[in-house]
Design a protein around this ligand. Structure first.
Ligand code: MOS
Length: 754
């Protein structure tokens, strides 16, 4: 690409374009929205994890004051939806699969009236035996969560069998030979918990049903285009009749990739002939949202005398709960996280997703990242201790460098991992790992993908040099679209403050794969780069002849086209309706060795990022309470398009990771959530975390805008292992289960029995 553009915007700490209305409280989130005649919906949910519905009577509820519609499975099309497997329905039909599954819904004049009517719906359930242990669910004699699983439409790559929704494998070399040559072999099991994405805005939606049989939904979603597809299936319409408009979003973190309340809002709107708002309650968020899958990780590693890894074998078993959700894809990506950022000649890694009658699950920031990393990086410290090698040194001996091949055989470039490790270690004061009794420092490292796929932007340049950027991606709170606007502004030679970003509307925005997978600044930014090239061409076609220069010789700067020592302001080249172009980016496939993969959906990572975390903490001698004194993240971000928001992502992600490490778990007993509130489900507050110290490492990727890699997901990957490793230094207790509660630390120290 010719590059006659100035580089004034990228790298700047520009104030985010969406910031002012948010801090002033003016931005309208879904819950703030109102329309004439708006009704309010509430959902009846199954109290039983597995039961037959023998009788369902809505007559009493329908007759209650203010009630406008009551609907059940009998009132809606018999269709199924799902991202990889169409296994879900809007309402349970005859059978419930988890405690929390929707059974009926009510639209009423007020939320209170809707809830009162929900309570008046009569249901007779016949409880059935459930399966709650993912290992038990894999056995041939396990009760089937979906007896009709074979009839479900599913992605062709999946290998389903009974309760197993798929598995993905990466295999190369020969692990048996690797183990045979090993000086020592280490085998461990780690388990991780079900954690909620913790967005500040609950999932919400307003559904509209139109006279022509189409629908519109306003949704607090990360992915309007994915919701369009899922919703079309869930309500039995072709996608063309479904319009999804994303509203100002109060965080997503992966928990808002799929539909949650949209189908209920739309189906209620159809039945009530009025718009209906449905917003999740906190209890619904913690019993029927889409938290991260809990997992069981088995891992076996063989090393030589110097600690070089010779073979690695392992399996991550993901309990997706009653529906597969994102699990079938995570079952592939998890092999990469379990592999870790190391050169390993012999590898056999498997990810398995399995149905149980537990609460359903979905994606959460770096799906599988903290799961695989907790296991792999905890074990690295166990190996280091056992061989008498410093854990930092053990990592440095094994890590990826430029030109190495990843697990699927893809050649790695722009690998800033050694710099991350060294700088994180220096910052935490690694030469003094155990400064006092009960105090210790830990380190862990990892890698993560930048998701590719397609992004398009429609860009209009106006006569006054202002720019309108319409993107189907949603600003989920990261600032990523401000970053993309900075890239666009550089390409057009204007100040980024002149760019207005709109979009997130499937009816009015060009396609975008969406704000997920750390891809927004990368992919939308690349589409912006393309749009700038197109705009340059369009301007050159008019301006170059007038300037008497070749089209390639023009330069865009300061709201004008320059060339041959003269300049033409945009106003003289652009009509009153502006000049419109479309920019497109589709990430190219990453070359890899397909013979290493079986049923794998995440074969080679696009522009992977690399990172190292370090912590200094204390553990109370009596109570096992952990105090985190300092927390350092060194992350190779490629290039920081806007350092302020890159740092913000790292700080927030690390805090979310500390929550997963120490506090958070949706506790289920026999399929019933025990802590469906934010008192007993404990997320970290400012009291629980120190200032997160960020170190931006910048090894630019050739594929990203200005060299940027995906930033958003990685920082929540390493905290569990980093903290587990520091606790082991501080106390000699190794906890292999998340979260690492005070109770588990005391049990590992032998102070209490569990
Ligand atoms: Mo993410 S878990 O791709 O928002």
């Amino acid at each position: 690409m010719s590059n006659a553009t100035s580089r004034r915007n990228v790298g700047r700490r520009l104030v985010r374009l969406d910031g002012a209305p948010k801090v002033r409280g003016e931005a309208a989130y879904l819950g703030d929205r109102d329309v004439p005649g708006l009704l309010h919906g509430a959902v009846l949910r199954s109290p039983h994890p597995h039961a037959l519905i023998r009788r369902l009577d809505t007559r009493r509820a329908s007759a209650m004051p203010g009630v406008r519609a009551v609907i059940t499975a009998a009132d809606v099309p018999e269709t199924r939806y799902g991202i990889y497997i169409k296994d879900a329905t809007a309402f349970a039909r005859d059978r419930t699969h988890f405690a929390g599954e929707a059974v009926a819904a009510v639209a009423a004049d007020t939320v209170e009236a809707a809830r009162a009517a929900v309570a008046a719906i009569e249901v007779d359930y016949e409880p059935l035996p459930g399966v709650f242990d993912p290992e038990a669910a894999l056995r041939d004699d396990a009760p089937l969560v979906h007896p009709e699983w074979e009839q479900y439409e599913a992605a062709a790559i999946l290998v389903r069998r009974g309760n197993r929704s798929t598995r993905g494998i990466i295999r190369h070399g020969n692990v048996e030979e690797g183990f045979a040559k090993s000086f020592r072999i280490f085998e461990h099991r780690f388990t991780t918990s079900k954690v909620h994405a913790g967005y500040t805005e609950p999932r919400g939606s307003i559904g509209f049903w139109h006279d022509d049989g189409s629908c519109t939904v306003w949704s607090s979603t990360q992915l309007p285009f994915a919701v369009q597809e899922l919703l079309a299936d869930a309500v039995g319409l072709p996608p063309a009749k479904v319009r999804v408009v994303a509203t100002t979003l109060g965080g997503g973190f992966g928990g808002k990739l799929a539909i949650g309340v949209e189908h209920h809002a739309v189906l209620l709107a159809r039945a009530a002939k009025a718009p209906v708002k449905v917003v999740s309650t906190v209890e619904e968020e913690l019993t029927s949202a889409l938290p991260r899958q809990p997992a069981i990780v088995d891992i076996k590693v063989g090393v030589d005398r110097d600690g070089l890894i010779l073979a690695k074998q392992g399996r991550i078993l993901l309990d997706t709960g009653a529906f597969s959700g994102s699990g079938p894809q995570t079952a592939s990506s998890c092999t990469n996280t379990l592999h870790g950022p190391y050169n390993i000649p012999n590898v056999l890694l498997e990810g398995v997703s399995v149905y149980t009658n537990n609460m359903n699950t979905g994606a959460f920031r770096a799906p599988s990242g903290p799961i695989g990393n907790f296991a792999s990086e905890s074990q690295m410290d166990i190996i280091a201790d056992s061989l008498g090698i410093d854990p930092l040194e053990l990592r440095l001996r094994n890590i990826f460098h430029d030109g190495d091949k990843g697990p699927s055989g893809a050649t790695l470039a722009a690998v800033g991992l050694e710099e991350c490790l060294r700088r994180a270690a220096d910052a935490i004061g690694w030469n003094d790992r155990k400064p006092a009794n009960g105090r210790g420092k830990g380190i862990a490292c990892g890698w993560w993908m930048t998701t590719g796929m397609t992004s398009e932007v429609d860009v209009t340049l106006y006569r006054d040099g202002h720019v309108l950027m319409n993107s189907g991606a949603v600003e989920i709170g990261t600032g990523a679209l401000t970053g993309a606007a900075q890239v666009l502004a550089d390409g057009l030679g204007v100040e980024a403050e002149r760019v207005t970003v709109i979009g997130g509307d499937t009816g009015a925005s060009p396609f975008d794969y969406g704000a997920q997978g750390s891809r927004t600044a990368f992919c939308v930014g690349n589409a912006c780069r393309d749009a700038a090239v197109e705009m340059r061409k369009a301007l050159a076609a008019v301006a170059a002849p007038r300037l008497g220069v070749a089209p390639d010789a023009i330069e865009l700067r300061d709201g004008a086209v320059h060339g041959g020592g003269q300049s033409l302001p945009f106003a003289t080249l652009v009509g009153a309706d502006g000049l419109k172009v479309r920019g497109t980016f589709t990430a190219p496939a990453v070359p890899h060795d397909a013979s290493r993969l079986e049923n794998h959906q995440s074969p080679a990572w696009h522009a992977p990022s690399f990172h190292a975390h370090a912590v200094d903490l204390s553990v109370d001698e009596d109570t096992g309470d952990v105090t985190v004194h300092r927390y350092v993240v060194a992350q190779d971000v490629g290039f920081a398009i806007n350092p302020t928001y890159v740092e913000g992502q790292i700080e927030g992600g690390a805090v979310q990771g500390i929550g997963q490490a120490l506090f958070e778990e949706i506790v289920s007993r026999d399929g019933i959530v025990q802590n469906p509130n934010l008192t007993d489900y404990k997320m970290p507050t400012m009291q629980d975390v120190p200032v997160i110290e960020t170190i931006l490492v910048q090894h630019p990727t050739a594929h990203g805008p200005a060299g940027a890699k995906g930033v958003g997901e990685p920082p929540c990957i390493e905290p569990p292992a980093t903290i587990a490793n520091a606790i082991a230094v501080a106390t000699s207790a190794r906890v292999q289960t998340l979260p690492i509660t005070a109770e588990r630390i005391c049990a590992a120290r032998g102070q209490i029995e569990r």
